[in-house]
Design a protein around this ligand. Structure first.
Ligand code: ADP
Length: 511
């Protein structure tokens, strides 16, 4: 998003929407600047600020393409996905660089983001030869019963900025393999990575209109897409507040809606844990992606017997993190996404210090000198002596801010861990298999790890959460994402040659 009035260092490129197989200027005539959050003098480009008319054109293109795409046999749709995945492999390094430039996370992580899209695309392509339905016995003789998946129509995909290629791929691939067509509205801060994904699709030969991209603000383009009567499903990932708006609109209009929202994830460190391993997990979970993952470890609950030692080791390790422009190879933590996010994070730090009364153990300020002066950098921040009900331990901060909460035993750790409105990810560090299994069962989260951080989901397992994190759907794992992007059709074939009435005719069992 537009963040700085300073002059661009290079001539910026102007990007277009992709509608019906053509790159077109937005009818709105307006654009949004996208600047590098590590150095706002670097203008990544100007991107369409689409309006309702642009959205309408994209939905029409998707609607028109739907019958033809639906008629392509799924194994043939899959062949295009295989080709697409291969192109992503070839372009991975360039795409990772673009992503670091527009989003800020370090090159290793943006490489991982592109890799996730590659994995998702190959994995989903394999599904083209399955898409299993099932047969079932009928209660009547000479009658055959089965069910098959059918596509929904036009799917609207609304995505956030923190995984700008992976999350679009989680939604796009299963939607397409099922035979739907899509309109995607990427986040304002990271349109280029989604454009890159779509350009690879174009190069793979995905037919015109099957994938459309409209860029713009959530309030204008996102809302218009959600409200469009020809959109059958909205798949949304983002904040819980926006998810509520999407859910209300889609509920009112009778659309299908899949939501993936916030988290306040916990690592539980027991007194028998390998502390060095737990420290590595906490640093990676709390400060990886500058804490801007929905699965970020924003709370660590530590057994009081090892609390002091854990805090010491964690602070020592955190101090070694190299913070800067993610394009530099040695940098381990980049900036946060934009000025608004920076201010929100700093305001939570103030709340932690002055209202909650937690102890600020490390960080707690903006980095704005030297190489950090033109970016949105926040020092990795650790609060200790945090009580479970404090605001910083309850609300999603979405930045490099970690709350460390002491506990007496596993039961208390579980109670604290579950004592938030979200339910995305949780983890335990212990050497005791009984305790690990006990926690696994007790944690009310969609994802659970043992001796690992709260981040690191793989594409072939279900991704999503309980409570305020979602609305019961799971992405990733084919079995759950196909359930989002297809509807069941039950089919009965009566070959008895007579009228048979289910529930009324009585079948006489031969004696
Ligand atoms: P974040 O706070 O992580 O940026 P948001 O929920 O604001 O999360 O944004 C996630 C996605 O939702 C973005 O693509 C954004 O443009 C879009 N969005 C924001 N507001 C709306 C809205 N009212 N209707 C539909 N989409 C929206």
């Amino acid at each position: 998003m537009a963040v700085s009035k300073s002059k661009p260092s290079t001539k910026p490129e102007t990007y277009k929407n992709y509608i019906g197989g053509r790159w077109v200027k937005p009818l709105s005539g307006s654009s949004i600047e996208n600047r590098n959050p590590a150095d706002t003098r670097d203008l990544v480009g100007n991107f369409p600020a689409s309006n309702a008319e642009d959205v309408s054109a994209a939905v029409s293109a998707a609607r028109e393409a739907f019958p033809k795409w639906k008629a392509v046999p799924a194994p043939k749709r899959a062949e295009l996905l295989f080709r697409w995945a291969q192109i992503l492999v070839e372009r991975k390094d360039a795409f990772a660089t673009d992503m670091t430039r527009e989003m800020g996370k370090v090159l290793k992580e943006t490489g991982g983001d592109v890799q996730e899209a590659i994995d998702m695309t190959f994995y989903t392509a394999g599904e083209g030869r399955r898409l299993h339905g099932y047969t079932s016995p009928s209660e009547l003789p000479d009658k055959f019963a089965m069910c098959v998946r059918q596509p929904l129509g036009v799917c609207a995909l609304i995505t956030p900025w923190n995984f700008p290629m992976a999350i679009p791929s989680w939604k796009m691939m299963p939607a397409l393999i099922c035979g739907n067509t899509v309109v995607i509205k990427p986040a304002e801060d990271t349109p280029l990575s989604t454009i890159n994904l779509v350009k690879a699709a174009e190069a793979a030969g995905i037919p015109p209109g099957v994938i459309n991209i409209v860029m713009g603000t959530g309030e204008e383009a996102g809302a218009a897409l959600t409200q469009h009567p020809d959109v059958r499903l909205v798949s949304f990932t983002g904040s819980t507040d926006t998810g509520r708006i999407v859910a209300e609109t889609t509920g009112r209009m009778g659309k299908i809606c899949s939501l993936e929202m916030g988290g306040k994830n916990v690592i539980m460190v027991m007194e028998d844990a390998d502390l060095d391993l737990a420290v590595e997990g906490a640093v990676w979970g709390a400060f990886g992606t500058s804490g801007q993952r929905c699965t970020a470890s924003s709370r660590v609950v530590v057994h009081k017997r090892v609390y002091k030692k854990f805090v010491e080791k964690l602070a020592e390790r955190t101090k070694t993190l190299v913070i800067g422009n993610g394009l530099k190879k040695n940098v381990e933590m980049g900036p946060v996404i934009n000025e608004q996010a920076l201010q929100k994070i700093l305001s939570y730090i103030e709340i932690g210090k002055n209202i909650d009364g937690a102890t600020l153990h490390l960080g707690g300020h903006r980095l704005d000198k030297g190489e950090h002066k033109n970016g949105f950098f926040v020092a990795p921040t650790i609060f200790t002596d945090v009580a479970p009900q404090m605001t910083i331990a309850q609300e999603e901060i979405f930045g490099p801010v970690l709350s460390i909460i002491p506990c007496r035993d596993l039961d208390e750790a579980i109670e604290i861990g579950n004592g938030v409105k979200y339910g995305l990810s949780s983890s335990i560090y212990t050497q005791d298999v009984n305790r690990a299994f006990h926690a696994m069962e007790a944690m009310n989260t969609g994802i659970f790890y043992v001796n690992s951080s709260t981040i690191g989901a793989e594409v072939h397992l279900p991704f999503g959460g309980t409570k305020a994190t979602g609305n019961g759907h799971r992405e990733g794992a084919m079995i759950s994402s196909l359930d989002i992007f297809s509807e069941w059709k039950a089919i009965y074939v009566d070959y008895s040659g007579k009228l048979q009435k289910a529930q009324i005719d009585v079948f006489e069992t031969p004696r």
